[in-house]
Design a protein around this ligand. Structure first.
Ligand code: PLP
Length: 485
C-alpha cells in the first residue's frame, strides 16, 4: 500500500514518529532537483540540520514503494528502519581516514561488516575450531551445526525451502565457474548459444567464454539501451532453439540496472534454456526469491552482503544439481572410493570438494541473521530514497555525467566529471575520507556500450546517509574549484 505522497506505509520509512522535514535549500534552475516542498522521508532526514537537496519526484515512485511495501512481515520491528542504530553496529563507520570521518561509498566492491559478524568469526577461531561432518566429537558436531545452519540461512535468504540446493563456494566468480565447468561441459555442444547481457561483470562472462571455446559454443550479447536497461526486443530476437543458457545480472555493478529477471527467465524457459542469475549486487539491496524468479542457478558473494570474504553461495534447482557431474574431486564429496570405482555424495556435498570455509560460513550465518533481524522492506525503501536523493544531488554538479538511469536501479552511481581523470578524482576524494572506486569495474563491455573505459563509482548500502551524499557532492565541488582555480 502506498500513501498519497507515494512513499510506502507500514515500511516504517514514513512511520518513524517524526514529521517530514520542510527545511533544506531549494536548488537553482536546471539543477534537476525539486525546489518546492516535496517532503523527504523521515528516515533520510534524521540528522540535525537536514539535507541540502530535495528529493526529486520519481515518476515510478509509487511502483517502487509498492515493490518495497506489501511484503512487510508481521514481525517487522516497530519503527521500520533505523539507520543510526544500524550504523552503530559497523565499527568501521566510526573511524577516520586521512583526518576525516570515513564515508564508505565502495559497497559495490565490498560491504563493511557489522560487529556481530566479526564476533562470530572470532568465536569460531577462538572457541569453535573444528572440521565439519564425520566428526564424533563435540566440537565437530558444533562446527557442523554452525555450517549447516549457515546453509539454511542462505536458503531462507534466497527463498528456497531446500537447503540441499545451496552449494558453498568462494564467491560469485567460483559459482559461475562451477556451473560453466560442470553443467556447461555436460550440456553445451557445437553451435549452442549462451546469451550474456552486456551489463555483466566479467565473472559472468569470462567463465562462459572459456567453456564456449572448449565446447565450440557461441556467446551472444544482449545489448543495452541508452539508459542502461537490457534491450528486451533484442533479447526476444536472440532467443532460439540453439539457446542453452542465459547469464543475467540481477543488479548491474556499474549501471545499477535491475533487469526484469522473472520475465526474462520465463521467456528463456520457453526455449528450454537455463538461466543463471548473478545476484552479487542484488542480495544486499532487496529481498530475493529464487522460486518466484524461477531461476535455475543464482549466485552471490558473502563479502558483498556484510559477511567475510572467501565464502559465497550457488543456488541450483535440485534436479539440475543432481544431474551435474562433480567439477572438483577430493574429500567431502564422495560416498565410497576404490581404485576401480568411486561413488559420490548427494548434493550439495558432491559439489563441495575439500574442507570448506567454515569460519566464513560462521560469519555468513551471522550476517544473514543480522539482515533477517532488520525490517528489510523498510531498508530497501530507505535505500531507494537515498539513491534518488544521491542522483538528484549529483545532478547539481556542473559537468558531471551519470551513467545509467534505468528505472528502479539500485544505489550504484557511476559518473564522469568533465576535465577530471576518474582515478585522480577518486584519489582526491580519498583525501577527504571518501572511499569510491574508479576504473573499469570489471565490466568493460558495459562501459564500452557508453563509449567509456573508466569511470568513478559511488555505491550505496543501507548504512549510508544523506550526510554521506552531501560530503561526496561537496568534495567533488571542491575538486572542481581547485582544478578551475
Ligand atoms: N558479479 C557482480 C555483479 C559483481 O559486482 C562482482 C564483484 O564485484 C562479482 C560478480 C564477482 O564477485 P566475487 O569477486 O566476490 O566473486
Amino acid at each position: 500500500m502506498t500513501t498519497p505522497d507515494g512513499f510506502g506505509r507500514g515500511t516504517g520509512v514514513t512511520g518513524m514518529g517524526r514529521p517530514p522535514l520542510d527545511t533544506g535549500s531549494s536548488t537553482g534552475p536546471g539543477s534537476g532537483l525539486v525546489p518546492g516542498p516535496v517532503p523527504l522521508p523521515a528516515a533520510l532526514a534524521h540528522a540535525a540540520g537536514g539535507p541540502r537537496y530535495w528529493l526529486p519526484q520519481q515518476p515510478d515512485q509509487a511502483a517502487r514503494a509498492a515493490r518495497a511495501d506489501p511484503a512487510t512481515p508481521p514481525s517487522a520491528p516497530p519503527g521500520g528502519f533505523d539507520v543510526e542504530a544500524v550504523r552503530r553496529d559497523f565499527p568501521q563507520l566510526h573511524r577516520k581516514v586521512n583526518g576525516h570521518p570515513l564515508v564508505w561509498l565502495d559497497n559495490g566492491a565490498t560491504t563493511l561488516k557489522p560487529r556481530q559478524v566479526a564476533e562470530a568469526v572470532a568465536e569460531h577461531y577462538s572457541m569453535g575450531t573444528s572440521n565439519v561432518h564425520r566428526g564424533a566429537h563435540t566440537l565437530a558436531k558444533q562446527a557442523t551445526q554452525v555450517y549447516e545452519e549457515g546453509r539454511e540461512e542462505a536458503a531462507k535468504l534466497l527463498g528456497t525451502q531446500d537447503a540441499g540446493e545451496i552449494v558453498f563456494v568462494r564467491g560469485t566468480t567460483e559459482a559461475v565457474n562451477l556451473v560453466a565447468q560442470s553443467w556447461g561441459r555436460a550440456n553445451l555442444g557445437v553451435g549452442d548459444e549462451i546469451l550474456v547481457s552486456a551489463a555483466e561483470h566479467h565473472s559472468n562472462l569470462v567463465p562462459w567464454q572459456l567453456i564456449a571455446k572448449e565446447r565450440r559454443a557461441r556467446i551472444r550479447p544482449i545489448p543495452l539501451l541508452p539508459d542502461g536497461q537490457l534491450d528486451q526486443d533484442a533479447y526476444r530476437d536472440l532467443l532460439g532453439s540453439r539457446t542453452k543458457l542465459v547469464a543475467l545480472t540481477h543488479a548491474s555493478n556499474v549501471l545499477g540496472t535491475v533487469p526484469p529477471v522473472a520475465e526474462m527467465t520465463a521467456l528463456a524457459h520457453r526455449y528450454g534454456a537455463k538461466v543463471l542469475v548473478d545476484g552479487a549486487q542484488a542480495v544486499s539491496h532487496f529481498p530475493v526469491d529464487v522460486t518466484a524468479l524461477d531461476a535455475d542457478f543464482y549466485a552471490f558473494s558473502g563479502h558483498k552482503i556484510f559477511a567475510p570474504t572467501g565464502i559465497g553461495v550457488l543456488f541450483g534447482k535440485r534436479e539440475l544439481l543432481e544431474a551435474m557431474p562433480p567439477w572438483q574431486g577430493g574429500g567431502n564429496m564422495i560416498d565410497s572410493v576404490g581404485f576401480e570405482e568411486t561413488s559420490y555424495a548427494p548434493v550439495p556435498h558432491r559439489l563441495e570438494a575439500g574442507t570448506g570455509h567454515i569460519g566464513g560460513v560462521a560469519g555468513l550465518r551471522a550476517a544473514l541473521r543480522y539482515l533477517a533481524g532488520l525490517n528489510r522492506p523498510a531498508a530497501t525503501a530507505y535505500e531507494e530514497q537515498l539513491t534518488a536523493y544521491a542522483t538528484g544531488a549529483l545532478a547539481t554538479v556542473p559537468g558531471l555525467r551519470l551513467i545509467g538511469d534505468a528505472p528502479g536501479k539500485i544505489g550504484v552511481l557511476t559518473f564522469l566529471l568533465a576535465g577530471t581523470d576518474p582515478m585522480a578524482l577518486a584519489g582526491a576524494l580519498d583525501q577527504q575520507g571518501i572511499a569510491v572506486r574508479a576504473g573499469h569495474h570489471c565490466a568493460q563491455p558495459a562501459l564500452a556500450a557508453f563509449g567509456l573505459q573508466s569511470a568513478v563509482r559511488a555505491s550505496l548500502a543501507l548504512y549510508n546517509t544523506v550526510q554521506d551524499i552531501d560530503a561526496l557532492v561537496s568534495a567533488i565541488q571542491g575538486v572542481q574549484a581547485t582544478s578551475a582555480g
